[in-house]
Design a protein around this ligand. Structure first.
Ligand SMILES: Nc1ncnc2c1ncn2[C@@H]1O[C@H](COP(=O)(O)OP(=O)(O)OP(=O)(O)O)[C@@H](O)[C@H]1O
Ligand SMILES: [Mg+2]
Length: 155
């Protein structure tokens, strides 16, 4: 299933991220974030971390592939595959699967760079740039766990 949310400004993105954080804090989630440069993948991630009470500074992990935040309500693993080299691409799917189980939140920016469709339960979030302040967030659930999460987001 899939739902669309229009955010007219950054504040509405913050409210959406707060709602998302409150839902997934009990269950964990594996999230792939899609959208052009500047769409808001990191901005959404920062707000979700804020509402999970992450105390570390959340920055884009572009140069390190993975940032880990352990101070929040649940552990957060923030990947950015933008700079992944070829040999990394071949093994990343197996690596990622280990981050898809249990009560943790994993967020993956530029998951399309893994080249293969990710074969496990996940939420795809596509962020469409409308104008300087407006974005459309499309949440698509793949699998039972993610379907339940999305249903709660709809309410
Ligand atoms: N409604 C909105 N939702 C999200 N971000 C917004 C919104 N309005 C304005 N912005 C701004 O858009 C920018 C989004 O940048 P961000 O770094 O999150 O993009 P990104 O998708 O992670 O890009 P990259 O591919 O470079 O990692 C931020 O400066 C943010 O403040
Ligand atoms: Mg980013």
């Amino acid at each position: 299933m899939s739902i669309n949310v229009l955010c007219n400004n950054i504040k509405e993105t913050e409210i959406l991220a707060r709602k998302f954080a409150n839902i997934i804090k009990d269950t964990g989630a594996f999230v792939c974030l899609y959208g052009e440069v500047g769409a808001g993948k990191t901005a959404f991630t920062k707000f979700v971390c804020q509402y999970l009470n992450v105390r570390e500074k959340v920055t884009s992990p572009s140069f390190v592939i993975l940032n880990e935040y352990k101070t929040g309500i649940i552990p957060v693993y923030h990947f950015d595959l933008y700079r992944l080299e070829n040999e990394g691409i071949n093994t990343i799917i197996n690596e990622l699967e280990e981050y898809s189980e249990g009560k943790i939140l994993t967020l993956v920016e530029w998951a399309e760079f893994s080249q293969n469709a990710i074969p496990f339960d996940r939420i795809d979030i596509n962020i469409e740039y409308i104008d300087e302040n407006k974005r459309t967030f499309t949440f698509t659930a793949i699998g039972d766990k993610s379907n339940n999460t999305i249903k709660r987001l709809e309410k």
